[in-house]
Write a protein that binds this ligand. Structure first.
Ligand code: GDP
Length: 677
C-alpha cells in the first residue's frame, strides 16, 4: 500500500527502449521474418505429428524443392498473403501449398477451414464465416465483401497499432485446449518474448519460451511465468456473474483489512493465523523464531510472517506490499495489512478504501485498551475511518486475552465501551462481532479455544469462523469498469504493471483502457489475480495489470482506469457534503486539507462554505456560513491542486466517498455531490 508512486526495479535506460518500441511500425516491431517466426509456432514435444510434418516441409521447401518449385511456392505465398495478411505463419501456408500441390485456392481453403473450425468452437461471435469462403471459390472470384470481412478480422487482431498476438490454432482444438498463444516478440526478457505455451500446459507455466526471436528455441521452463494471453480475436463475451460463481471452486472473494492501534498485535495475530492455516511452512517459521530470538524480539516471530511477505513483495514484481491470500471454508480472503506502516494512517486509508470487511484488533491488557481508545488513539480513528470508507462489517479481535487471564469481565468491559462507540460511528450492532483472542498463543484463531478459562464463558465463533461468516459484498459487475491504482511498477518486459481493486465492471485481456488522469489509453496485456495469470477479472478483485501502449511516467498511484466508452471524469473543483469530526480549530474558507480518496492523497483547499445542513434531514439550516465546527454536516466546494478522477456518490457509492485530513488527523468524511470542472 505504498502511498508514493512506487516504481520498483525501475531501469530508466529501459525507458528509451520502450519509447523506441512504441514508435516502431508493426514491421519494426516484428523484427524477424514471418518464416522465422513460423518455426516457433509449434512445440515439438506436444505436437509430434504436426511437428514432424513441418520439419519435413522445411527440409523440402528449402533443400529439396527445385528452383522452379521454390519460385512457385513464393508466388503462391504472395497470393495467400494478399488475402490473409500476416496473420498466419509461413510454415502453415507452405504446408497447405505443398499439400495441395501449389493450388492456391485449395491451400487457402485449407487454412481458412482451420480458422473456421476454430470459429465454430464458439470462441468468437465476431469471427469471419471462413468456412463459407473456403467452399470451392477461387481467390479471384471471392467477393470484395468477403475480402473486407477478412481484412476486418485481421484488423481486430492488432491492438494499439501493433501486432499484439498471432493466435493460431490447431484444427479441432480451441486455443485453451491446444494452449498455444504467441506473443509479440521484442527484446525483453522471457515474459515478454515470443513465447509459445505448450499444449496442455498449466496456464501459468509456459513450457517452452523463446529467449528472443532471433535466438534458438529453448525448451526450458520460463523463470517468469507469463500470463497466457488470448489473441484479441478470441475475446468473447463472458457471463461474468456465472463465471464468478464458478471461480475459486465456488468460493467468494473477500477483501479484508486489519486495523487497530499500534502494538495491539495485528501482525502477530494474522501471522499466527496464516501459520496455523498452513500458509507458512514449519521450516520458515522455525527460521523466524531463531532470527527473532537472536534479535532479542522472540515475541515478534509471528509478526515476521507478514513482514517477510512484505519484504518479498518489495523485491518481487507482482503485487503491492502487504497483501496475502488465505482461504476459509467458503471464501478466498485477500488480507491487506501494512506491517511496515502500522501507525501511518494514510496507508490505512488506502487499505480500507479497498476493503470489504475489517478486523479491528484491540489490546485487552489493562491500560493498553484505554490508550488505544482515548482521543488520539488509533482504535477510534480507524473505526471511524473504515466506516466512512464504506466498510460495514467488522470483527473485533479482543486480543492479548492471555494477559488478563481470559477474564470475562475485562472482555465485557471492552465490548461495552467499544460497542457503544462503533454504533455511534455507524456500524449496525448485528454487523459487529467481538472475539476474544490471543495472537501469541494462537487461541481462538482458527479453531475454537479448548482452554477452560475461555470455554467457561465464551461459546461464540473463533476468528476464522467469523471471517468466514462475513456476508460477501455486492459486486457492481454491470457498471462501467473502474480500477483505482494503488501501485505502479515496471515489469521486466515492454509494458508496466499497476495494482488495484476493481471497483466496478470487469476486464479481459486485450481490452483498451483509459487512464484518468492523464486521459490516455493503453491495452491490457495481462491480468494477475492472487499471483495467477487470468483472462478476466471483475469488480471486487484485487488484481495486477500488465499494460502496454502507455508511458509509465504518466501513471501515478490514484489514477483511475476505466473503459474508454464510459470514462470517469477528472476534475479539480467539486462540491461535497461533509461530516466534520472532532476538530480543534474551526474550518473557514480557504482551509487547506489533504484529500484522501481511494488511493489518492492530494492537497486541496476548502474553496467555499456553501451551507450547513441538518444531519438527519439534509435540509439547509444556514447559508454561506463563516465557519464550520465539530460535528456539523455541511455542503462545501473543494479545489484540488491536480486533477483527480471522481464519481458522484449517487452514481458510484464506492467512488464517491473521501476523507479530509489536516495536521495529521482526520477532520472530515465526505461524499461527492457535484463535479464542477
Ligand atoms: P501490531 O503493531 O499491532 O502489528 O503489533 P505486533 O503484532 O507487532 O505485536 C506487538 C507486541 O505485542 C509484540 O511484542 C507481540 O509479541 C505482542 N503480542 C501480540 N499479540 C499478543 C498476545 O496475544 N498476547 C501477548 N501476551 N502478547 C502479544
Amino acid at each position: 500500500m505504498a502511498r508514493h508512486r512506487n516504481v520498483r526495479g525501475y531501469n530508466y535506460n529501459e525507458d528509451f527502449e520502450d519509447d523506441d518500441l512504441y514508435s516502431q511500425s508493426v514491421e519494426d516491431d516484428y523484427c524477424i521474418s514471418p518464416s522465422t517466426a513460423a518455426q516457433f509456432i509449434y512445440s515439438r514435444r506436444d505436437n509430434p505429428v504436426e511437428e514432424y510434418g513441418y520439419e519435413d516441409l522445411r527440409e523440402s521447401s528449402s533443400h529439396q524443392l527445385s528452383d522452379i518449385d521454390q519460385a512457385h511456392l513464393y508466388s503462391c505465398l504472395d497470393h495467400m498473403r494478399e488475402v490473409l495478411g500476416d496473420t498466419v505463419p509461413d510454415d502453415i501456408l507452405t504446408e497447405a501449398i505443398l499439400q495441395h500441390k501449389f493450388d492456391v485456392e485449395k491451400a487457402l481453403s485449407m487454412v481458412l477451414e482451420q480458422e473456421s473450425v476454430q470459429n465454430l468452437k464458439g470462441k468468437s461471435e465476431r469471427a469471419v464465416p471462413a468456412g463459407k469462403l473456403s467452399k470451392g471459390k477461387s481467390v479471384g472470384s471471392r467477393s470484395s465483401q468477403s475480402e473486407s470481412k477478412i481484412v476486418s478480422k485481421v484488423a481486430k487482431m492488432t491492438v494499439s497499432g501493433k501486432k499484439q498476438t498471432m493466435g493460431f490454432e490447431v484444427p479441432g482444438l480451441t486455443s485453451e485446449e491446444n494452449g498455444y498463444s504467441v506473443h509479440t516478440p521484442h527484446r525483453g526478457p522471457p515474459g515478454d518474448d515470443f513465447s509459445i505455451t505448450a499444449p496442455n500446459a498449466e496456464t501459468s507455466t509456459p513450457k517452452s519460451v523463446l529467449q528472443s526471436p532471433s535466438v534458438q528455441v529453448s525448451d526450458e521452463l520460463s523463470s517468469t511465468p507469463t500470463p497466457v494471453k488470448k489473441s484479441a480475436k478470441l475475446k468473447q463475451q463472458i457471463d461474468v456473474k456465472a463465471e464468478l460463481e464458478k471461480r475459486q471452486g465456488g468460493k467468494q472473494l473477500l477483501n479484508l483489512v486489519v486495523i487497530g492501534h499500534v502494538d495491539a498485535g495485528k501482525s502477530t495475530l494474522m501471522g499466527h493465523m496464516l501459520y496455523l492455516l498452513g500458509n507458512v511452512n514449519k521450516r520458515t517459521m522455525h527460521k523466524y523464531e531463531q532470527e527473532s530470538k537472536k534479535a532479542g524480539k522472540a515475541s515478534f516471530a509471528y509478526a515476521w510472517v507478514l513482514d517477510e511477505t512484505g519484504e518479498e513483495r518489495e523485491r518481487g514484481v507482482t503485487m503491492d506490499v502487504g497483501m496475502t491470500k488465505f482461504e476459509t471454508t467458503t471464501k478466498v480472503i485477500t488480507l491487506m495489512d501494512a506491517p511496515g506502516h502500522k501507525d501511518f494512517i494514510p496507508n490505512m486509508i488506502t487499505g480500507a478504501a479497498q476493503a470489504d470487511v475489517a478486523v479491528l484488533v484491540v489490546d485487552a491488557s489493562r491500560g493498553e485498551f484505554e490508550a488505544g481508545f482515548e482521543t488520539g488513539g488509533q482504535t477510534r480513528e480507524h473505526g471511524l475511518l473504515v466506516r466512512s470508507l464504506g466498510v460495514t462489517q467488522l470483527a473485533v479481535a479482543v486480543n492479548k486475552m492471555d494477559q488478563v487471564n481470559w477474564q470475562q469481565e475485562r472482555f465485557q468491559e471492552i465490548t461495552g465501551k467499544l460497542g457503544h462507540f462503533l454504533k455511534q460511528a455507524g456500524f449496525k450492532e448485528s454487523d459487529v462481532a467481538f472475539i476474544p483472542t490471543s495472537g501469541l498463543s494462537g487461541d481462538n484463531l482458527i479453531t475454537r479455544s479448548q482452554s477452560s478459562d475461555l470455554t467457561a464463558w465464551y461459546k461464540g465463533l473463533c476468528l476464522l469462523e467469523q471471517i468466514d461468516s462475513f456476508k460477501p459484498p455486492q459486486r457492481s459487475v454491470e457498471k462501467p469498469f473502474r480500477l483505482c491504482v494503488s501501485d505502479v511498477f515496471k515489469d521486466q518486459g515492454s509494458g508496466f504493471c499497476v495494482t488495484g481493486k476493481i471497483e466496478a465492471g470487469y476486464i479481459q485481456t486485450g481490452d483498451r483502457l483509459l487512464a484518468m488522469p492523464p486521459n490516455e489509453t493503453c491495452t491490457v496485456k495481462g491480468i494477475t489475480l492472487h499471483d495467477e495469470p487470468v483472462d478476466w477479472a471483475a469488480a471486487g478483485d484485487h488484481i495486477s495489470l500488465t499494460l502496454v501502449g502507455m508511458d509509465i511516467i504518466k501513471i501515478n498511484v490514484g489514477c483511475v482506469f476505466c473503459g474508454p466508452k464510459e470514462p470517469i471524469r477528472a476534475c479539480t473543483r467539486f462540491r461535497a457534503r461533509i461530516l466534520i469530526f472532532s476538530i480543534d480549530i474551526p474550518i473557514t474558507k480557504g482551509f487547506p486539507v489533504l484529500l484522501h480518496y481511494q488511493t489518492v492523497s492530494e492537497p486541496a483547499v476548502i474553496k467555499r462554505l456553501i451551507s450547513v445542513l441538518n444531519k438527519s434531514t439534509g435540509e439547509v439550516t444556514k447559508k454561506k456560513p463563516k465557519l464550520l465546527t465539530k460535528g456539523q454536516n455541511a455542503l462545501v466546494e473543494l479545489q484540488t491542486q491536480r486533477p483527480v478522477a471522481l464519481e458522484l456518490y449517487k452514481d458510484f457509492k464506492e467512488l464517491g466517498r473521501f476523507m479530509l485530513r489536516y495536521g495529521g488527523s482526520t477532520i472530515a468524511a465526505g461524499v461527492v455531490t457535484e463535479i464542477k470542472e
